[in-house]
Design a protein around this ligand. Structure first.
Ligand code: FAD
Ligand code: SF4
Length: 459
């Protein structure tokens, strides 16, 4: 075995997987996991822990995997993370724990994410359930939103003995994990299992509860909740404001993905009107764009990613870009849409684009894309999916006087989740704008500590 290289992980064949919604990555088996774990040199001053926003004791759980002590490894991870099967699959490990791994200096870092996934899957298959706190302290906390921030905060507070209720607007819990990230990257049965573990710990989840509409934050306090954690994410899509965006067949990536993941548009008999398009243009270059493109491909379309900068600036994870290319997604880089045209029935028919070149760096440090005069061209398309980013939806905080927001519409909160109002905390995408699962979880953890301190300080 070459210790400088990761033990390769098995994946579905690209040609086969481009036609189904089953999981792409098949994960390690016991033998592979133990071989990969044996590459870890168990550094004294482990940098990987510093790279993990929830500070999992990585060397300890990897050592336990190496020794075949999988239940112990699961317990080690459970001390820091309530969603290991999720994080093992979707965390951008290359820029977090694995980005800091010493092994990575002279070879490939340890496959920390795949090992975490192995342990989480092993514990699920072997019926490992986290312990329920012996008794509650009788204090009630409300959490708005059941995405990774809300679930983590709720789990940590339940462990401390609080009675936690999560209020979720949708009919399924999980936030983006359920309605956004596709089945082939994160099977929904895995999210459901991690949510049910939290319920077994005593967390109550009330679905179809739109806070700001059914109940406001002040009304939650009136009902006896001593603190509220706003974790309502950033689900409001952005558009380009170009002519033709109102045509039938133009979707926000959020709507498109919700129809597919939450409403199962790919299954026979699904009620959602997702068309089985012939040619789909996905505008944007982030993870959301890759997810939408790979879904459209699986629904039988020729799919183009249209992105205004070059490959080097693509914001999506390298692994997602690699998978998209393997599955036959076409990348139209340095290309920007300027209008969308429809047929006589008002349905998308084509998109006019202009070629771009890279100029001087802008405020983000990336080279600014500049249109090339006279390079306009028409691209045929019967669906256009806008994946340009999202911002927080103001609904959850409606009717809450004095709650400060940032210029970008996020709830203003410090690193402990404290907002401008006593007893109101916020974290995850609602406070930062669109970010990552593990950062949302880290925010949920910090907020749980602050909420505990706040309630104790009230006596
Ligand atoms: P969310 O997950 O958005 O959850 C918020 C919840 O609050 C939702 O369930 C929503 O319905 C609910 N809610 C909203 N308003 C109300 C209200 N008024 N009342 C009650 N409930 C309300 N990150 C990664 O790390 N890796 C990835 O691979 C990755 N892929 C992604 C793919 C897609 C398609 C998308 C959209 C995002 C992806 N992300 C990824 C980002 C990541 O999913 C988010 O950063 C993370 O989910 C944020 O967690 P959160 O708990 O703050 O919010
Ligand atoms: Fe193991 Fe890498 Fe962490 Fe060191 S930095 S303990 S080699 S995973």
């Amino acid at each position: 075995m070459d210790v400088l290289k990761k033990v390769p992980v098995r994946e579905q064949d690209p040609k086969v997987r481009a036609t189904n919604f089953e999981e792409v990555c098949l994960g390690y088996n016991q033998e592979e996991a133990q071989a990969e774990a044996a590459r870890c040199i168990n550094c004294k001053n482990a940098q990987c822990i510093k790279g993990c926003p929830v500070a999992i004791d990585i060397p300890k759980f990897i050592h336990e995997v190496k020794e075949g002590q999988f239940a112990e490894a699961a317990a080690t991870i459970a001390k820091s993370s309530a969603l290991p099967a999720v994080c093992g699959r979707v965390c951008p490990q290359e820029s977090q724990c694995e980005g800091k791994c010493i092994r990575g200096i002279k070879g490939e870092p340890i496959s920390i994410g795949k090992l975490e996934r192995f342990v989480a899957d092993w514990s699920r298959e072997n019926g490992f359930v986290p312990a329920k706190p012996e008794k509650t302290n009788g204090k009630k906390v409300a959490v708005i939103g059941s995405g990774p921030a809300g679930l983590t905060c709720a789990g940590d507070l339940a462990k401390m003995g609080y009675e936690v209720t999560i209020f979720e607007a949708l009919h399924e819990p999980g936030g983006v994990l359920t309605y956004g990230i596709p089945e082939f990257r994160l099977p929904k049965a895995i999210v459901a299992r991690e949510v049910s573990n939290l319920e077994k710990m005593g967390v109550d989840i009330e679905l179809n509860m739109v806070i700001g509409k059914v109940l406001t934050i002040p009304e939650l306090f009136e009902r006896g909740y001593e603190a509220v954690f706003v974790a309502s994410g950033a689900g409001l899509p952005m558009f380009m404001k170009i002519p033709g965006e109102g045509l039938v067949g133009v979707y926000s990536a959020n709507e498109y993905l919700t129809r597919i993941n939450l409403m199962k548009a790919y299954q026979e008999g699904s009620e959602t009107p997702i068309l089985h398009n012939k040619k789909v243009a996905v505008v944007g270059g982030g993870n959301v764009a890759m997810d939408a493109a790979r879904c459209a491909k699986r629904l039988g379309a020729e799919v183009h990613i249209v992105y205004r900068r070059s490959e080097a600036e693509l914001p999506a994870r390298a692994e997602e870009v690699h998978h998209a290319k393997e599955e036959g997604i076409i990348f139209d880089l340095l290309t920007n849409p300027i209008s969308i045209e429809g047929d006589e029935k008002g349905h998308v028919q084509s998109m006019t684009c202009i070629r771009m070149e890279l100029g001087e760096p802008d405020a983000s440090g990336r080279r600014r894309p500049v249109p090339m005069e006279g390079s306009e061209f028409k691209m045929e398309a019967d669906a256009v999916i806008m994946a340009l980013g999202t911002s927080p939806n103001p609904m959850s905080t409606k009717g809450t006087e004095g709650l400060e927001k940032t210029r970008k519409g996020c709830v203003a909160a410090d690193e402990n989740g404290q907002t401008s109002l006593p007893g109101v905390f916020a974290g995850g995408d609602a406070a930062t704008g669109a970010a990552t699962v593990i950062l949302a979880m880290g925010a949920g953890k910090h907020a749980a500590k602050s909420i505990d301190a706040y309630i104790k300080s009230k006596g």
